[in-house]
Design a protein around this ligand. Structure first.
Ligand code: F3S
Length: 100
């Protein structure tokens, strides 16, 4: 009698945990494009005139989010700092601290 047990957990949970969550309040983005200039690996301009986080998860409320590790925190913090309408937020998932 053999049985294969398949792990139910998604692979994302298995790989190294990513410490930060980037959030983009896309409905309030005015398309200034500073984020894409500062961090082009993570931010790109969409045909709709607003930016997108590259590889993000899109939420029902039209916000976008992406988990990143420590190495990619700084460049995204710079992108968030560059946004004139403060629609980019970063949360420390370990502490719950809202960094920006
Ligand atoms: Fe939008 Fe701010 Fe980037 S307005 S295009 S998120 S810099």
């Amino acid at each position: 009698m053999t049985e294969t047990i398949v792990a139910e957990n998604g692979p994302q949970e298995q790989v190294t945990a990513k410490k930060y969550k980037i959030e983009h309040n896309k409905p309030n983005c005015i398309g200034c494009a500073a984020c894409a200039a500062v961090a082009p690996d993570f931010w790109t301009m969409n045909e709709d005139g607003k930016s997108d986080i590259v590889g993000c998860k899109k939420r029902d409320d039209e916000w976008e989010e992406l988990d990143v590790d420590e190495d990619n925190f700084k460049v995204n913090k710079e992108a968030a700092d560059s946004c004139p309408v403060n629609v980019i937020h970063i949360v420390n998932k370990e502490t719950g601290e809202k960094i920006i």
